[in-house]
Design a protein. Structure first.
Length: 431
């Protein structure tokens, strides 16, 4: 199979090509704004803590409102929600531009915008994910998600690079204006898509208790619980490399700011490599998830022992690539192995785990680095991730040995020939 037909097969679809192009433009603008906001906060306060607080304000709504956003995504048509979310984000970027250009010297408006942006992401994010699943057929969704990781990494590199060049010329306000405009690229792409080529998912029932039903589904689906628990541990203790890379560069590796920049660049390149590798896979299985998780966990523990900055940078490349493989497999399996009518709430649950990982892991790894040193933080986190992966493997193996639930009794009067017995759970038998 050729590279074009395997690694980039999702690009065969007209609607996905539009979606991917608009996504690259929007993500580039988003990272330009991230750099602008960080610099604006630091220039106003001189405090990294204030910058961290703005990140917390963005993540908090996902933890509190994520499942509500998932329920809305399952009930409402995706396209109008996506367009409304883009318009809201564009308006918030414009507000930031006004704050920067008028010289407001209070942090409260910036925190308010960060909180509002978090609310929009919490309510609109699941619909965005559900819509992304409708622009490609089911069999191409894992490939589309992997290419999305490549686009996200490329947009991050491009956005930070452009912002670094433009910031001295346009100031923060100019970056925010550009980001506001990029959201209209997504709206234009959605408008240009062919309605006949959508692969619409089944909608959830319009009934009270949709949020509770989503929570019950997650809590009563053992394979999903195990996968989300593994994702939480890997994401918190094994994915917050922005903390540990900075601590290693400033501490035992003596690389300083330049070393941290090098490590960040290598890590970004690794995510692109990981996205391409993931996209080339025909299937993303639970076995692949476990093998990848174990490999990067062992590498993380070993990375704490490496004596020099170049050696540590070399280790970052496969770790970053494996992290993309793990994250994409979790998202793909969570979506594809859940009912279509529950898709938005499952996407919300994955997003909530991701937000919790960032909120928990950063402070924990920071404390470990301060108290015991960054090498010990990497080693302890790696060992914990290895243990979590092995426990998940045992749990999946036990679930695979469970018989599938018996089919519901048939109401028809004629006799029904029973289905052949199955020894594996349907979700796990092809893992």
């Amino acid at each position: 199979m050729s590279l074009t037909s395997s690694t980039f097969r999702a690009l065969r679809h007209h609607n996905y090509r539009l979606w991917a192009g608009a996504d690259l433009v929007s993500i580039t603008g988003t990272w330009m704004q991230v750099l602008g906001v960080n610099w604006l906060v630091l220039s106003m306060t001189g405090s990294a803590t204030s910058m961290g607080l703005s990140l917390v304000m963005q993540a908090l709504p996902t933890l509190l409102l994520g499942m509500w956003g998932g329920a809305l995504a399952d009930r409402l048509p995706s396209r109008p929600v996506v367009i409304a979310a883009q318009l809201a984000q564009a308006a918030l970027a414009a507000v930031l531009a006004v704050i920067a250009l008028t010289g407001v010297d209070s942090m409260l408006p910036i925190y308010a915008v960060a909180l509002a942006g978090g609310v929009v992401s919490a309510l609109g994010g699941p619909a965005l994910g559900r819509f992304g699943a409708e622009v490609v057929p089911r069999e191409d969704l894992p490939n589309a998600m992997a290419l999305g990781s490549v686009i996200n990494s490329a947009g991050r590199i491009l956005g930070m690079s452009i912002a670094g060049v433009m910031l001295p010329v346009t100031g923060q306000g100019g970056l925010f204006v550009i980001n506001a405009v990029t959201f209209f690229a997504v709206i234009a792409a959605v408008a240009a898509m062919r309605a006949s080529e959508f692969h619409e998912l089944e909608s959830g029932a319009r009934e009270p208790g949709a949020i509770a039903a989503g929570l019950r589904y997650v809590l009563r689906t053992p394979w999903l619980l195990v996968m989300l628990a593994l994702s939480l541990v890997l994401g918190s203790l094994g994915r917050n490399y922005q903390v540990t890379m900075a601590a290693m560069s400033a501490g035992p590796l003596e690389g300083g700011a330049g070393g941290y920049g090098l490590l960040s660049t290598v890590f970004a390149v690794g995510t692109v490599v990981g996205g391409v590798i993931t996209a080339s896979r025909a299937r993303l299985t639970l076995r692949l998830l476990l093998v990848s998780a174990l490999a990067i966990s062992v590498l993380q523990a070993l990375s704490g022992l490496l004596p020099t900055l170049p050696a540590f940078a070399v280790a970052m490349l496969p770790i970053a690539a494996g992290a993309i493989l793990v994250d994409t497999t979790v998202s793909a399996r969570a979506q594809l192995d859940s009912p279509d009518a529950m898709r938005g709430r499952v996407i919300a649950a994955v997003g909530m785990v991701g937000a919790a990982s960032g909120a928990l892991g950063g402070p924990v790894l920071g404390w470990l680095s301060d108290a015991f040193g960054p090498r010990a933080a990497l080693e302890a986190g790696g060992v914990a991730c290895v243990a979590a992966t092995l426990l998940a493997a045992v749990a999946f193996a036990r679930l695979a040995r469970r018989p599938a639930p018996a089919p519901a009794p048939q109401r028809a009067p004629q006799p029904v020939r029973p289905a052949p017995a199955r020894t594996l759970n349907p979700v796990l038998e092809n893992a």
